[in-house]
Ligand binder design. Structure first.
Ligand SMILES: *[C@@H]1O[C@H](CO)[C@@H](O)[C@H](O)[C@H]1NC(C)=O
Ligand SMILES: *[C@@H]1O[C@H](CO)[C@@H](O)[C@H](O)[C@H]1NC(C)=O
Ligand SMILES: *[C@@H]1O[C@H](CO)[C@@H](O)[C@H](O)[C@H]1NC(C)=O
Ligand SMILES: *[C@@H]1O[C@H](CO)[C@@H](O)[C@H](O)[C@H]1NC(C)=O
Ligand SMILES: *[C@@H]1O[C@H](CO)[C@@H](O)[C@H](O)[C@H]1NC(C)=O
Length: 346
């Protein structure tokens, strides 16, 4: 199926383990496709490729051209099996559209139809990988591909799932190719992407945390710890009472981790306490960008608004301004003739 030199290239990283550093966490590479079939003659397909939560490229539904979000993603796509596959992806999309239309006709499905396909693999740090393809119809799982058995399996008891399962399993050359793509091409592509996009993929952004209080009733005080601007997504936020971690329970409520528009994340954690209970409280944040340190934001009992992190920000601002002012003053003293242009650099 693949020329021998290509296979050798794919296995080169196994022969030379030190050649490029592996990611230290499991990495998920996936292609997401959505097909909207408004009627017998219309199909709109959109798609996106993601490595973890980083979008690599998107499919333009108007003309099926690929838009790469990063130069390194384009470079990585020109290597490995991707180089061989990319020229054929429009053919793959056309086949998929035709297949859905055939099935819709056989099963007498009602339009509009929404088909979703998710395909990709997880590469673990120990170099084992796990491939997957899931297809859904109308927002429900329809069939899934079992890579190790090279077989599709229905995911619902419907006639449609049975029909699709039977017809997909009858295409042996396709199931064999899928097995190869998912278990060999996909994990090797993750390593290639890491080699080209290390800086973007290993980017770290520091969390910014603030603590404030809400008083829904005179007898209740809600301490809110708001943490935002961090990347990667994984984070630990806990409340400390007199220096001791408060175990999660009915008094605590932590939101889901939500995305910001700039590919950073945010969350908030709420702790319900009795007003004037005499305890001290702090919000503790641990994140990869902080290394082994923790961010500790105490709640100031006396006033509700200012927090230590704001105080630190003000201090830093003051320090920056004084340093800038000093530099400006020194420059003025040493180089009287200079114009104002450079002074704006402060
Ligand atoms: C099919 O749907 C498309 C998109 O909604 C529409 O433009 C087109 O007129 C429809 N064609 C028929 C035959 O209904
Ligand atoms: C595809 O369409 C987009 C706009 O929707 C356009 O910017 C792009 O140049 C087109 N690509 C090709 C290859 O025609
Ligand atoms: C590799 O790591 C994964 C995830 O941690 C684990 O499930 C799997 O058993 C490991 N495989 C080997 C061969 O160590
Ligand atoms: C799916 O298709 C295969 C091959 O035709 C068949 O052996 C298997 O029984 C089917 N699975 C179900 C649950 O119908
Ligand atoms: C946590 O907060 C959310 C949003 O304010 C609320 O809907 C939910 O009921 C709360 N859960 C608990 C256990 O208090």
């Amino acid at each position: 199926m693949l020329p021998p030199h290509l296979l050798l290239f794919l296995f080169l990283h196994l022969l030379l383990p030190g050649m490029w550093a592996d990611p230290e966490e499991p990495q998920v590479f996936q292609l997401l496709h959505t097909g909207l079939f408004a009627n017998v003659s219309s199909a709109e397909v959109s798609g996106v490729a993601l490595l973890e939560d980083v979008p690599l490229c998107a499919l333009d539904p108007a003309n099926w051209s690929l838009h790469f979000h990063w130069p390194w993603a384009r470079q990585a796509a020109a290597e490995g099996d991707m180089e061989k596959l990319l020229p054929h992806y429009k053919h793959f999309l056309r086949s998929m559209v035709r297949y859905v239309q055939e099935i819709a006709q056989q099963a007498k499905l009602d339009y509009p139809l929404v088909i979703q396909i998710r395909a990709g693999c997880v590469l673990h740090p120990n170099r084992t990988s796990w491939g997957f393809i899931d297809a859904g119809e109308g927002g429900k799982d329809l069939v899934t591909f079992k890579v190790e058995r090279q077989r599709w399996e229905p995911q619902q008891p419907s006639q449609l799932a049975v029909l699709v399962n039977r017809s997909l399993n009858s295409r042996k050359s396709v199931t064999g190719l899928l097995e190869h793509l998912l278990s060999i091409s996909c994990p090797s592509q993750i390593l290639i992407l890491h080699r080209y996009g290390r800086a973007a993929l290993e980017r770290q952004e520091l969390p910014v945390a603030t603590v404030f209080a809400r008083t829904p009733s005179p007898a209740q005080l809600l301490l809110v710890c708001r943490v935002t601007g961090f990347y990667p997504r994984s984070i630990s936020v806990a409340w400390l009472r007199d220096g001791q971690e408060v175990p999660p329970g009915p008094d605590t409520n932590t939101s889901a981790i939500l995305p910001n528009a700039d590919l950073t994340y945010q969350l908030r954690s709420v702790l319900a306490v009795a007003p004037h209970d005499g305890h001290s409280y702090a919000c503790r944040v641990r994140h990869r960008s902080l290394g082994t340190r923790s961010l500790l934001i105490p709640w100031e009992n006396r006033s509700t608004a200012p927090t230590i992190s704001i105080a630190i920000a003000v201090l830093l601002l003051v320090a920056a301004f004084s340093a800038g002012g000093f530099w400006w003053w020194k420059r003025r003293k040493g180089d009287q003739g200079h114009t104002g242009e450079q002074e704006f650099i402060i």
